[in-house]
Design a protein around this ligand. Structure first.
Ligand SMILES: *[C@@H]1O[C@H](CO)[C@@H](O)[C@H](O)[C@H]1NC(C)=O
Ligand SMILES: *[C@@H]1O[C@H](CO)[C@@H](O)[C@H](O)[C@H]1NC(C)=O
Ligand SMILES: [Zn+2]
Length: 537
């Protein structure tokens, strides 16, 4: 019985979202991809040249001690515009004139999100771009495009493995943390700490089912708990307990583990910190997390769900912290390091709601994400903290029609289609919300039993089990030192290089202010000594 349940959930986990990239049609002769793109150097050099060019027009002398990347998964530009209208309309305003908090940031650019082998990206190849500064293949994390999907052996070659900005931060003595509403082993956060030929290799069973050896290619959960840089993360908050527990055990809320190697990685994490005499705690619900709010331990692991955390609109308030709460506690913890920190915060379920055409949930998750950014910006001073807010890829939600000013964002367009049927201001080009037509005419969506409810699926053009990502550019907002460097249209893989430039970490180049920042203490001391000398004389 249990194994049947596990098998079903495993199958569901493997199938579901982000299907395999389709093999290219044999009928078409695609132009070859530039082989140089298969190396990390190509993307490093591309970013360096861009930084050199843009920095000529950047007068900023400050550098950033703290770096935060806020990632709205699937937060396309139409998603921002619609969420902005929703925000205003919740306050009884017309809405269109409203602004999401981070939309007032002084730096704004656009990033191109394609991957090396794919026009329209997934969250794994984009995570490698915006966290490791290298574009690679669809479905792969932390490795170059020399690694094709599921090629375990290629992913083990040192030249094919790339470092993340988190590793650069750690090498500079900074602290690192991750906060997400998805499983902490999911594609986006995995870019912080994992190298994997497949994003689905979150536990050993997934690797075995792909006919690979989990002892050779270690799963993503084990990489987080047993290896570097995962082992060094001070704070890890999100969902995904099942990836850390044996399939013979159940978590505190009754969810079954997925591991078949018998390893309990939550216990291992606790043991590792105990062995090293480090203050630490593992929490699995909001109440336990909030108990730590005033004086969190040095290391904190919080896994609030068996899989992803609940959508905010549906969340149980005693078990699920908000993204804002998790972000605040993470900043509290990381701020204790005077050398600063790198924090990755993901609003990860904007994407999931879009995949289901749950537009009410997608926009609400976007507003929750906004609150987390606002909280962070309120705590951290602008002169030494660089905050970058962006998305990994777009979605196919359209904001359409010629609706009158102030019309409800979830409402009908003022016009009807050519069959005389009403349509919505927000619809999707594809997804599970497609209705069967009657006599060649669309259904009247207003007749849907759950019309207007959270899980009402928006109106869709053509049927797919899961709505797809979009290939359009995503916005990049920046506040803090050198925000001007984020202006323009550029490859997504430039983002971590620019952040590292401003934060004086990584292989370089570094901002001119970086030298000043390291000599500041010395200069200060020399100055103080001269003053003392003067007084004594
Ligand atoms: C756990 O996984 C192993 C290996 O796939 C399998 O043989 C076993 O039946 C599973 N146990 C449970 C309780 O599902
Ligand atoms: C929230 O979760 C707690 C703990 O599992 C449970 O006791 C409570 O009934 C839940 N509340 C709601 C509203 O579901
Ligand atoms: Zn997605």
């Amino acid at each position: 019985m249990r194994s049947k349940v596990l098998l079903l959930s495993l199958l569901a986990a493997v199938a579901a979202r982000h299907p395999e990239a389709p093999t290219h049609s044999k009928l078409r002769n695609l132009p070859p991809i530039n082989a140089a793109e298969f190396t990390a150097d190509y993307w490093y050099n591309e970013a360096r040249a861009a930084i050199e060019k843009r920095s000529k027009r950047d007068p900023d002398q400050n550098v950033a001690r703290n770096l935060i990347m806020f990632l709205g998964d699937g937060m396309s530009i139409p998603t921002l515009a619609a969420a902005r209208a929703l925000k205003g309309q919740k306050l009884d305003r017309t809405g269109e004139e409203e602004e999401l908090f981070f939309e007032s940031f002084p730096g704004l650019g656009l990033a191109k999100t394609y991957c090396v082998n794919q026009q329209i990206a997934d969250s794994a190849c984009t995570a490698t771009a915006y966290l490791c500064g290298v574009k690679n293949n669809y479905g792969t994390t932390g490795v170059t495009a020399a690694v094709s999907r599921r090629n375990c052996e290629a992913s083990l070659l040192e030249t094919n493995r790339v470092e993340s900005i988190a590793e650069w931060a750690l090498a500079a003595g900074k602290d690192v943390g991750i906060v997400t509403t998805t499983r902490v082993t999911h594609a986006s956060p995995s870019g912080v700490y994992a190298k994997s030929a497949d994003r689905h290799w979150e536990n050993d069973a997934e690797i075995i089912s792909d006919s690979n050896d989990p002892e050779r290619c270690v799963d993503i959960a084990r990489q987080l708990i047993q290896m570097n840089p995962g082992q060094q993360l001070k704070v890890i908050l999100g969902g995904g307990r099942r990836e850390f527990l044996p399939n013979t055990t159940f978590d505190d809320e009754g969810g079954q583990g997925f591991r078949t190697d018998g390893q309990n990685l939550i216990e291992q994490w606790q043991q590792d910190k105990s062995d090293r005499d480090l203050s630490h705690d593992y929490v699995w619900n909001r109440d336990q997390l909030m108990n730590h709010f005033d004086s969190p331990p040095e290391y904190l692991l919080g896994l609030f769900e068996n899989s992803h955390m609940q959508y905010h609109l549906e969340a149980n308030a005693t078990t699920e912290p908000t993204l804002e709460e998790m972000t605040e506690i993470a900043i509290k913890m990381l701020s204790r390091n005077e050398k600063g920190f790198f924090l990755f915060v993901e609003g990860g379920r904007i994407d999931h709601a879009h995949h289901d055409n749950y537009v009410h949930i997608a926009l609400d998750e976007t507003l929750q994400f906004e609150k987390a950014v606002e909280k962070a910006a309120g705590i951290l001073p602008e002169d030494d903290t660089l905050i970058v807010v962006t998305a990994d890829h777009a979605h196919v939600m359209a904001y359409n029609g010629y609706t009158a000013r102030g019309s409800p964002i979830y409402g009908l367009s003022d016009e009807k289609d050519t069959d005389g049927m009403p349509y919505m201001t927000i619809s999707y080009t594809n997804g599970p919300g497609a209705r069967t037509q009657v006599n060649g005419i669309r259904d009247d969506i207003r007749q849907d039993g759950n019309f207007g409810e959270n899980r009402w699926r928006a109106h869709v053009e053509f049927p797919l089990e899961d709505e797809t990502h979009g290939g359009d550019d995503v916005a990049v907002f920046a506040r803090g030192p050198h925000y001007r460097l984020f202006a323009g249209l550029y490859e997504q893989s430039q983002i971590p290089h620019v952040m590292a430039y401003v934060g004086c970490i990584g292989p370089g180049p570094h901002a001119p202010g970086c030298n000043a920042a390291t000599t500041l203490h010395v200069t200060g001391l020399v100055l103080l000594l001269s003053v003392v000398k003067l007084i004594l004389l």
